[in-house]
Design a protein around this ligand. Sequence first.
Ligand code: AMP
Length: 357
Amino acid sequence: MTDTLPQGATIGILGGGQLGRMLSVAASRLGYRCHVYDPGANPPAGDVAAQVTTAAWGDDAALRAFAASVDVITFEFENIPTATLDLLEAEKPIRPNRRALAVSQDRLSEKHFLRDLGLTTAPFAPVSDAASMSDAVAQIGAPAIVKTRRMGYDGKGQARVTSSEDGPAAFEAMQGAEAILEGFVTFSHEVSVIAARGLDGSVAAYDPGENLHEDGILRRTTVPARLTGSQRADAVLLAGRILNALEYVGVMGVELFVTPHGLVVNEIAPRVHNSGHWTQNGCTVDQFEQHIRAITGLPLGDGTRYADVVMDNLIGNDMDRVPGLLAERDVALHLYGKPERRAGRKMGHVNRIVGRD
Ligand code: AMP
């Protein structure tokens, strides 16, 4: 394939957190170098990437130098400023593409995109001021959740509306940011599909995982998820539709609610995803390698699941469990090298192979 990046080529990664770190490790296994760009000093990916630029998203000179040093650009989080992307895109290919980013950066366009594809989402209405909030509550009803359209993650920028009287307070909690009101979906459990699309348009999906959140943060992913055969097929097929519609290149996480009436799409993440970390110890080719393969034009790898896995995030003081975990059988530890523990901060994760004799 002529578009395949040669050995020794350099992949630029925007964002140097744990996802960038694990992407860098996977890239180096395939013979590529990584150059990480992050505004924060000493990012976790900096320990393993060949090169790190510490500069603001608005530093045009640093962005140009970064672009000149890489062959392709990818990212580990979706909230990169538009102007930064405009500058970089003029220099080097960005994969996944801008459309995928634009759709997922804004919860309202994401919902419209999914609905236009014929997929089921929570009922939703835009909220931009107190009047539209009361219209939205009248239309959607309670319970509901108000979420900022942009920059929300791990349940941040969200407030519950349990009755119509909560509307004004929930709107206040958004601090004037553009928002959407989402009807509350009564689900039995949450699952996600991690899927990839290659430069040649081929698509591969991992077995869906079942996700448990606490305080809006992913706590645990279990594979296999509790799904019927047809739900599993639906989940994988809808992920493929999303990838094809966006002409996507790379790995994506698609979060779903399981309801008695079918699967409801919660959100899409245009990147490797926390709920796909189990693939590191449950598949021959994990999500990080799959993403690198996709964006460099290599063929997608074998993502068949060969083990049952439970992935637990190690958050804040969960790090106290590390010595005990190191002594356990069938446990693989993945630490992110973050020097400072904080409540709610993801410090690492553990993949436990279950059901083996
Ligand atoms: P999000 O940041 O949109 O992924 O939301 C974080 C978590 O809040 C989800 O994983 C769900 O557990 C819950 N949640 C979000 N939106 C809804 C909804 N419309 N109905 C029910 N639960 C929701």
